[in-house]
Write a protein that binds this ligand. Structure first.
Ligand SMILES: *Cc1c(COP(=O)(O)O)cnc(C)c1O
Length: 484
């Protein structure tokens, strides 16, 4: 760094933007087209760039921020921990703060998920769950060592490391790396979508089905036989289980909402029915709550929406309130016991990370859980969920909005050049991306998922700030859909 350039000067800011562009290789970003947006600080739901311009954080800093940024309670907890110990290993020893968090999470989690394995990111939490399931069947009371395969859903996203990517099913992310990934049995997503990708994911015979997710949900709740995509998805799932259960270790699923797939929302009842199927066929259920855990769907964990207790539950993103990299894999007592034996038995879990259970992250997580109580985060959510719903309801009438959908505090929509046909804009036009750029000009940060626009702010956002985001979104859609 050139010491002659004064801190905070225009020259220095330009230097930093240059370093951000040339030296920081950004995740999922085409660096040849990247225009640096560099955040200098944040407060509540607002991010401030180097020039002091502020942006409302409409995507919770990639789905992880819960109570807002720079919260004094979480900051203080991290500082206090820092003055004691920043890190000690989880290999053969523990740390006070980590033990407290393990206890707290197991108290909070449904059912008998009594054991917590910590890692540093959501992808690793999934890797750990896959390995636990795999090793479990070799060591459990009635071993079935040939149970080595996994069933995952179409368009699933479980992370970007090779194991977690193997269970992923989004061609745009995963196809290139196929030769490096292990084979997975693929069950269909239990929903119809409007965009082109999803047409191919629909079960045969339902191509072009005009059912909306609301209609599907009704269909499903009413148990109507026949043309329900969700029902046929469950039938396909059962078919796979029936045929392969002897070889299947676990089904892995993002419960309720498949976020990375484009905020794909499962109809009510699917998760519950899936749980029953896994029990019927003696296959483990891994729920990936990395994105939907910590209140996003309205309950602390998404599986609680349907009174489901999985065998393994993966948490990440919101675990520390979105402050520090920490993830967790929760396991039932039944699974944990299969790993017990003497040191000679070789039954211990063969996995570990240097920063497993990092105390700074655990301190942030404990403070975040305290805030859920102190600020009544979940109790305060229903009016915000309702307000998001009102905005989406109005947006659904927009001449260029093909469909809107919502689950808990996630709202999503898809654009169309022609409402009557409901088909998407040509991909190369990047309309959703353009909308996000236009929203940025209006002081709101959003990020599209392909052609899908979504709003997923920190749970702590105020109704006024939520209104600001949705007003900006509508204005940005107006601007971008007027362009030829
Ligand atoms: C983000 C995400 C992951 C991966 O978490 P990382 O911390 O990015 O590795 C896994 N599963 C789901 C559902 C996610 O949304």
């Amino acid at each position: 760094m050139a010491p002659s350039i004064p801190h905070g000067s225009t020259e220095m800011k330009n230097e930093i933007r240059h370093w951000d562009l040339h030296h920081h290789w950004h995740a999922f970003t085409q660096m040849a087209e990247y225009e640096p947006l560099v955040i200098a600080r944040a407060e509540g739901c607002r991010l401030f760039d180097l020039d002091g311009r502020s942006y409302l954080d409409g995507a919770s800093s990639m789905w992880c921020n819960v109570h807002g940024h720079n919260h004094p309670r979480i900051n203080a907890a991290i500082r206090e921990q820092l003055d004691r110990v920043a890190h000690s290993t989880a290999l053969g020893m523990g740390c006070e703060t980590t033990a407290r968090l393990a206890k707290r999470l197991t108290d909070l989690a449904p059912g008998n998920l009594e054991h917590v394995f910590f890692s540093s990111d959501g992808s690793s939490a999934i890797e750990v769950a896959l390995k636990m399931a795999f090793q479990y069947w070799k060591q459990c009371d009635r071993p079935q060592p040939e149970k080595t395969k996994f069933i995952a859903l179409g368009e699933a996203y479980h992370g970007d490391t090779l194991g977690s990517a193997s269970v992923g099913g989004i061609p745009r992310f995963h196809a290139l790396f196929k030769p490096l990934l292990f084979d997975v049995l693929r069950a269909p997503m239990p929903t119809a979508r409007l965009d082109s990708q999803a047409v191919s994911a629909r079960p045969a015979g339902l191509k072009g089905s005009p059912l909306s997710s609301a209609e599907l949900a009704e269909d499903f709740a009413a148990g109507t036989a026949g043309l329900s995509v969700a029902k046929s998805a469950l039938e396909e799932m059962e078919g796979l289980l029936e045929q392969h259960h002897d070889r299947v270790a676990a089904v892995v699923i993002e419960p309720i909402v498949q976020c990375a797939a484009g905020m794909v929302m499962h109809p009510p009842g699917y998760l519950r029915s899936l749980r029953e199927l896994t029990q019927k066929y003696r296959v483990l259920l891994i729920t990936d709550e990395v994105a939907v855990g910590f209140g996003r769907t309205g309950t602390m964990f998404a599986c609680q929406q349907e009174n489901v207790v999985p065998d393994l539950l993966c948490l990440g993103k919101g675990l520390t309130g979105g402050y520090l990299p920490l993830a967790a894999t929760l396991a039932s007592g039944e699974i944990f016991r299969a790993f017990l034996g003497t040191h000679l038995s070789g039954r211990a879990l063969h996995h570990g990370h240097t920063f497993s259970g990092n105390p700074l992250g655990c301190a942030a997580a404990l403070a975040s859980l305290d805030l859920f109580d102190e600020e009544q985060t979940l109790a305060n959510l229903p009016p915000k969920i309702a307000r998001l719903g009102e905005h989406l309801h109005l947006l659904a009438d927009h001449p260029h909005v093909a469909a809107t959908r919502q689950r808990g505090f996630i709202g999503a929509l898809e654009l169309t050049p022609d409402k009557a046909l409901g088909l998407p804009y040509p991909v190369e036009q990047r309309r959703a991306w353009q909308v996000c750029r236009a929203a940025l000009e209006l002081g709101v940060w959003l990020r599209p998922l392909g052609d899908v626009l979504y709003v997923m702010p920190p749970l702590a956002i105020s109704l006024e700030e939520l209104d600001t985001i949705l007003v900006a979104l509508r204005q940005a859609i107006d601007t971008v859909t007027l362009r030829v």
